[in-house]
Ligand binder design. Structure first.
Ligand SMILES: NC(=O)c1ccc[n+]([C@@H]2O[C@H](COP(=O)([O-])OP(=O)(O)OC[C@H]3O[C@@H](n4cnc5c(N)ncnc54)[C@H](OP(=O)(O)O)[C@@H]3O)[C@@H](O)[C@H]2O)c1
Length: 251
């Protein structure tokens, strides 16, 4: 993979993915470039932020005009005819000052649902739409949405987390729907939803105690796990919901 766009590069998993991609290339001698999208480039930690082959572009999943600004800036860095090899969507929202996962129906709020859908689902679809001209080339390309197992409808036995679960289920449906259209327009391609496994990050931090029984990976471990799945993808994987170890998850 030579030209990779990572949305959510300021996050633990997005940042670790970008760092791992750039480090791999240093080992192999292949000089790839990473375009990282985030709300505030200053939040991206060093030394990643200053890496010579990383370009940071400002993007906000909650601003529907943001993809247009991204493609304008991208056109100057990588003309559409040169194409991208991979688009990895690693942005996600589970909680912030104004939003926390619901335990019961009474906690459901229209604003939380709307924000979770904007960041966890709509942001991916609008970027996929804007980036389409970069996916028309003949080489194999990967479109990867970092999803979550809790977005699985079949696997939902615990309930709760209405906004996060339903927005990740929506993300999964967007992936599956794109996986039908994209091969007609951008062959060869694999568009997949990828569960990263429980990972130590700001997103999982408030649940650290309840996660104690689960296997929790560092972001660096997760990035390695995810890259080994992403690198092995083939057109036959198009439309799958995959876990960090390469196994299939139920939709
Ligand atoms: N950690 C886990 O255990 C776990 C488990 C299952 C799935 N996941 C998924 O993995 C992905 C990465 O999560 P993480 O653990 O790395 O969490 P994280 O460290 O909190 O990163 C979240 C990322 O999403 C970005 N983001 C949030 N709101 C945004 C907005 N409005 N516009 C643009 N970007 C926005 C954040 O940007 P800012 O820096 O600007 O806030 C940050 O880059 C998410 O999709 C998450 O749902 C994580």
């Amino acid at each position: 993979m030579k030209r990779i766009l990572v949305a959510g590069v300021s996050g633990a998993i997005g940042g670790a993915l970008a760092a791992a991609l750039l480090a791999r290339d240093e080992e192999s001698g292949e000089k790839s470039i990473v375009i990282g999208l985030c709300r505030d480039p200053l939040v991206v930690s060093e030394p990643l932020r200053s890496h010579s082959r990383l370009t940071l572009l400002v993007w906000n999943a909650e601003d529907e005009r943001s993809p247009e600004a991204v493609v304008k800036a991208l056109e100057k860095l990588v003309p559409a005819e040169n194409g991208l090899d991979a688009f990895i969507y690693a942005a996600g929202l589970l909680h912030d000052g104004a939003l926390f996962p619901e335990k019961r129906l009474e906690e459901l709020q229209a604003s939380s649902l709307a924000r979770a859908f904007a960041v966890n689902a709509t942001g991916f679809a609008l970027l996929a739409q804007a980036l389409l001209p970069w996916f028309r080339h003949r080489d194999f390309k990967r479109m990867v949405a970092i999803s979550a197992k809790v977005g699985s409808i079949e696997d939902n036995h615990l309930g709760g987390w209405y906004a996060y679960r339903s927005s990740k289920a929506a993300l999964n449906m967007l992936v599956r729907t794109l996986s039908v259209e994209l091969p007609r327009r951008c062959k060869p391609i694999a568009c997949v939803a990828l569960h990263p496994g429980t990972t130590d990050s700001a997103l999982s931090e408030p649940f650290r105690q309840s996660l104690a029984q689960l296997q929790v990976h560092s972001a660096i471990e997760t990035a390695e796990n995810l890259l080994s799945v992403i690198e092995k993808l083939t057109p036959e994987d198009n439309g799958r919901f995959v876990s960090w170890d390469g196994s299939s998850l139920p939709w």
